[in-house]
Write a protein that binds this ligand. Structure first.
Ligand code: PHE
Length: 347
């Protein structure tokens, strides 16, 4: 009966049993579908009286199925929402955090120290042309010093016909900075900049990677001499290594772009067989520097009779290793979090 069907529908406890009822009443073999089929065999009078009843029954059952379905779905949604409430009092799982790479940290540290001494930060492109990287730095074509750099060259020249390369040092930033300052007016000096960045040489072993980092320093002013260079480096290194007993030793050297050129050594002391910077029991080579060559000052757009300067170039990775006690340069670029955390650089 209609009443029995409707109460069974109202009593269905879940969507599966409701679907079972739909099939039972309205499916192809369903009881109501069966009733509809009997209409065909009836006399017209019978059909007129029975037809509307059967159709009304089908409509009532269809509506009841729809209502019950909506009710069951609503209840399911309520239950899900209730079970998925967020408990804000639970401790949050710890999210993995990144950290600044030691090389970047060391470069920031150095820039900060130099900023305190009045140095600005200058930058230049890593993809350079051979004029900025070599020629303007007093290394004309076929200069033997060019061969010492194991340069990565690009196959094509640039629009000005210059050979393109990955810069082998940060020294081309000296030229770019001087030209930028000299162009508006040579009175743009004094120049006091550092230029940190990546440099590239085709070289790889425990102390060399094809990509490494340098910080260039450049000062152009009047009356500049080697004493200014030594004081600047000493002040910087004392601040960087956080030791007052840092001693520097300047040795004559050669770079095409400085004259005179000096190799700067830093003194160390042996503590339990380990080299500790400070004191002067022994010396280790630290960086190259010198008075900016007159030809380089001229290439930078300044009159070398009026302006002097000093420059230095220091390996950042090496300074980081010395400060934090790392021994394999290649590990810097392996991206191994265990290595980073061993040296206190991972969070
Ligand atoms: N550019 C030199 C190098 O990479 C270092 C240097 C810079 C030397 C400035 C003198 C002056 O080896």
């Amino acid at each position: 009966t209609e009443q029995a069907a409707l109460s069974r529908i109202a009593a269905a406890q879940d969507l599966d049993s409701l679907e079972g009822l739909r099939v039972e009443f309205l499916g192809k073999q369903g009881s109501i579908s069966g009733l509809l089929k009997t209409l065909g065999g009836m006399s017209p009078e019978e059909r007129q009286s029975e037809g509307p009843k059967i159709h009304a029954l089908r409509e009532a059952v269809t509506n009841a199925l729809g209502d019950r379905k909506a009710a069951l779905e609503g209840a399911a949604l309520d239950a899900r929402l209730a079970s998925e409430t967020i408990d804000l009092s639970l401790p949050a799982p710890e999210a993995a955090r990144g950290s600044v790479h030691p090389v970047s940290q060391v470069m920031d540290e150095m820039a900060e120290i130099f900023a305190d001494m009045g140095f600005a930060v200058a930058t230049g492109p890593e993809i350079e042309d051979d004029w900025h990287n070599f020629t303007a730095l007093n290394m004309p074509e076929s200069h033997p010093a060019r061969a010492m750099h194991d340069t990565f060259y690009f196959p094509d020249k640039n629009a000005e016909g210059r050979e393109m390369l990955l810069r082998t040092h940060t020294s081309p930033v000296q030229i770019r900075t001087m030209l930028a300052v000299a162009k508006p007016s040579p009175g743009g000096a004094p120049v006091r900049v550092i230029a940190p960045g990546r440099v590239y040489r085709s070289d790889s072993d425990a102390t060399h990677t094809p990509m490494f980092h340098q910080i260039e320093g450049l000062v152009i002013d009047k009356g500049i001499h080697l004493g200014h260079l030594k004081w600047t480096l000493e002040t910087f290194l004392k601040a960087y290594f956080e030791r007052e007993d840092i001693v520097l030793r300047l040795r004559p050297s050669y770079f095409p772009f400085t004259e005179p050129s000096v190799e700067v050594d830093v003194g160390f002391t042996l503590v339990n067989g380990k080299r500790v910077l400070g004191g002067q029991e022994g010396w280790m080579e630290l960086l190259g520097s010198g008075m900016v060559n007159r030809k380089v000052i001229a290439a930078g757009g300044f009159d070398p009779d009026q302006w002097q300067g000093f420059a230095f170039g220091v390996g950042v990775d090496r300074l980081a290793m010395l400060k934090y006690g790392m021994d394999d340069l290649r590990a810097f670029f392996d991206g191994d979090v265990r290595w980073l955390s061993h040296y206190g650089f991972a969070p």
